[in-house]
Design a protein around this ligand. Structure first.
Ligand SMILES: Nc1ncnc2c1ncn2[C@@H]1O[C@H](COP(=O)(O)OP(=O)(O)OP(=O)(O)O)[C@@H](O)[C@H]1O
Length: 267
């Protein structure tokens, strides 16, 4: 597994997304309380914290799935308190889920093609005729999907129904579907959950390659602290819905609040 990144650190800079004073509750349950942090262009930003800390809720706020009762999200300079997930997607925010969310009966290739639908401009009429501009567009989409299949080294399973694949490969296909949207900001919810050591190392490599070679900004939730420390440029730590720390992996690791709340538990 690679060590901390240096190359990206040099190009990292302007704020891509800012979370400002966000609070989110479900009835009596406060999932997030007055949390602020930013994600800079080109970085890998980890969100960590114990179970129930509000991490997944935060990803859901960022991609428009939940609307915060308080606070705002500013993405590429545009501030919003509400946005639908499809708007987030069309503005370049893609995500994967804690539990794989693929069409299990469909092949790897078709699942990744689904990720392209947002990028298709021609209407159904042209698509049905497979004629002129629609045909050219479909060829472009297929080429893009083939590039993703190459990148993720899943050529051998391109025709396999994803329900038949081992879990680690399903997670890789799900990453492929998110990549098909050509995201500027990629949200990964526990991309390594349930994986063995080798699968984790592979996934780490894909995430780092994506970030380094394609410049994709990544925000990820991950429970494996070793992975977080290796991959991330900066880490935000939540506990019971509150932000308790924010900084480089080294800063966060040394923070007594984090040690008490999180690292102290199993490390
Ligand atoms: N849809 C919901 N309805 C009611 N309560 C919810 C909902 N989603 C989350 N919560 C509650 O909000 C709090 C934060 O949950 P969340 O799933 O965001 O935490 P998490 O840090 O992602 O946890 P984990 O690491 O276990 O996935 C928890 O108390 C959870 O029970």
């Amino acid at each position: 597994m690679s060590g901390p990144k240096d190359a990206v650190g040099e190009t990292m800079g302007e704020t891509l997304l800012a979370v400002d004073g966000v609070s989110l509750g479900f009835g009596g349950v406060k999932a997030i309380t007055d949390v602020s942090f930013d994600i800079r262009k080109g970085e890998i930003r980890a969100i960590i914290g114990p179970n129930g800390a509000g991490k997944t809720s935060m990803l859901n706020v960022i991609n428009g799935f939940y609307h915060p009762q308080q606070g705002r999200i500013t993405y590429k300079g545009q501030t919003r308190s509400r946005m639908r997930p499809y708007q987030a997607a069309s503005q370049g925010i893609a995500r994967t889920f804690q539990n794989v969310a693929l069409f299990r009966g469909m092949s790897t290739l078709d699942n990744i093609m689904v990720g392209r639908t947002l990028r298709m401009h021609r209407g159904l009429f042209w698509q049905m005729l497979r004629f002129g501009p629609a045909m050219r567009e479909e060829i472009d989409h297929r080429r893009h999907v083939e590039d993703i299949i190459d990148f993720l080294q899943i050529e051998a399973i391109r025709k396999t129904p994803v329900g038949k694949l081992p879990y680690g490969l399903q997670k890789r296909v799900e990453l492929g579907r998110a990549l098909a949207m050509e995201p500027e900001l990629l949200l990964l919810d526990e991309p390594m959950a349930g994986m063995n050591m080798e699968e984790k190392e592979d996934m780490c490599r894909y995430i780092l390659d994506l970030n380094r070679h394609f410049g994709t900004t990544i925000a990820l939730i991950e429970h494996d602290i070793g992975v977080v420390m290796d991959l991330s440029d900066r880490v935000v730590v939540l506990e019971y819905g509150h932000k308790i720390a924010d900084g480089t992996p080294e800063e966060v690791k040394a923070d007594p609040k984090v040690i008490d709340a999180y690292l102290g538990v199993g490390h």
